[in-house]
Ligand binder design. Structure first.
Ligand SMILES: [Zn+2]
Length: 398
């Protein structure tokens, strides 16, 4: 069984840790910055910034390099950046189509990624946990320190302990996936809903950057949403909020995997698009490509599925009054292909006051939204106490 390095974090003194955390969060979201930029952005004075940068450089977390002197000044300004290969997080995504694992470094960089396509049929949770361990095993032997691990699951996940309550498209019910991962990987792994994590990533560095009232709708076979209200993820009582795929849009409609009838995902999921296009194989990209090539049935399928996408989005706009609705996963491709139809349907169905200033956008991080969101979650402890890394860690840098 694959074992990953044990993560040891040390808690530093309060103020110093908080200041160091502010600086690395700036580097994490903005990329490399000079000391004066760090001071300006964080509100800390230059000597405090200098002290923290020195400490983080000594721990190998950041590196400073002289960049070209700003014109006229003659003094080179030093640029602070994360040291490549030093700190990393394990991020994984579990969808009905594939298991994907990635090595994510601060700054939201995916430096390695492995994808294992699923064969047809149900999936076994224990086998998936072992697969994640196996796919990422070689990274454990490399240099650098793994500071956390998180998995995005296409299903309803209990926030407290990572229990997957229901993942209809994986065939899972009440699976203690956090525990299985812990057993398979030997480290604590945080488990969260795919759409929630996609929303976090799009907010941190994607289409929702700078927006605090956001509905991120993600879908392939299943459909879910991550809702940001006031810049914070809406979790609900247990973390189940955002299951918009099971919002009933047609009470007399088709049976859904959840046991209900006429859920939104039965009209906008990949199976619905395939059914309308007269295809047996489910693949949004293939139908969209056929529509672009002029296939009549595919064009009608994309149009009709786009109308349902706009109708459901209208309800979300009425409920949440967001600045922005972002479409991720395979819905990104559907939205781009049927954009005019989606917009027209939204205007027709949503309250004018709510829809007037709402923007609709495709996800900016492509197919990596959920994976990068898992990276955000897995890096959280490091970002909260960056100097704690390296103290007693299993892996060291030369
Ligand atoms: Zn349903």
């Amino acid at each position: 069984v694959a074992r990953l390095p044990v993560v040891v974090t040390r808690t530093g003194s309060g103020v110093r840790t908080a200041n160091a955390s502010r600086l690395v969060r700036e580097l994490h979201t903005a990329g490399p910055l000079t000391r004066s930029e760090l001071a300006a952005r964080s509100g800390l004075n230059r000597s405090t910034v200098g002290g923290i940068v020195w400490e983080l450089a000594a721990a190998g977390v950041v590196v400073e390099s002289a960049s070209a002197a700003p014109s006229g000044s003659g003094r080179p300004s030093h640029v602070v950046a994360f040291a490549e290969g030093r700190v990393w997080a394990l991020a994984a995504e579990l969808s009905p189509a594939a298991v994907t694992v990635a090595r994510v470094e601060p700054g939201g960089h995916i430096v390695a990624k492995v994808r294992d396509e699923r064969r047809r049929g149900g999936t076994d949770p224990a086998a998936d946990a072992e697969l994640i361990g196996r796919l990422s095993a070689e990274w454990g032997g490399e240099l650098g320190t793994m500071v956390g691990a998180a998995v995005a699951v296409h299903g309803i996940v209990r926030r407290a302990d990572g229990l997957v309550r229901l993942a209809p498209n994986l065939g899972w019910r009440d699976v203690a996936f956090g525990e299985l991962l812990h057993a398979a990987l030997g480290v604590e792994v945080r488990v969260a809903n795919e759409a929630d994590l996609g929303a976090l990533a799009e907010h941190a560095r994607g289409a929702a950057l700078g927006a605090d009232e956001v509905v991120y709708v993600s879908g392939d076979t299943g459909v879910g949403a991550g809702v940001l209200a006031g810049g914070r993820l809406l979790g609900g009582r247990s973390g189940y909020a955002g299951e918009v795929g099971h919002m009933v849009v047609d009470p007399g409609g088709r049976r859904c995997h959840c046991g209900g009838r006429g859920c939104w995902e039965t009209e906008i999921g990949a199976s619905a698009l395939a059914r309308r296009a007269g295809r047996r194989r489910v693949g949004v990209a293939a139908v969209v490509a056929a529509a672009r090539a002029g296939d009549r049935t595919a064009i009608e399928a994309v149009g009709e599925t786009g109308r349902w996408l706009g109708r459901g989005a209208a309800s979300l706009v009425n409920v949440f009054d967001p600045e922005l609705v972002v479409f991720g996963g395979a819905l990104r491709e559907l939205f781009v292909a049927a954009e005019a139809t989606v917009r027209a349907e939204l205007r027709r169905s949503a309250l004018a006051a709510s829809a007037a200033d709402t923007e609709l956008r495709p996800a900016a991080l492509g197919g990596d939204s959920a994976l990068l969101g898992a990276g955000e979650l897995a890096l959280e402890e490091f970002l909260a106490d960056p100097a704690g890394v390296g103290a007693g860690s299993a892996q060291t840098v030369p």
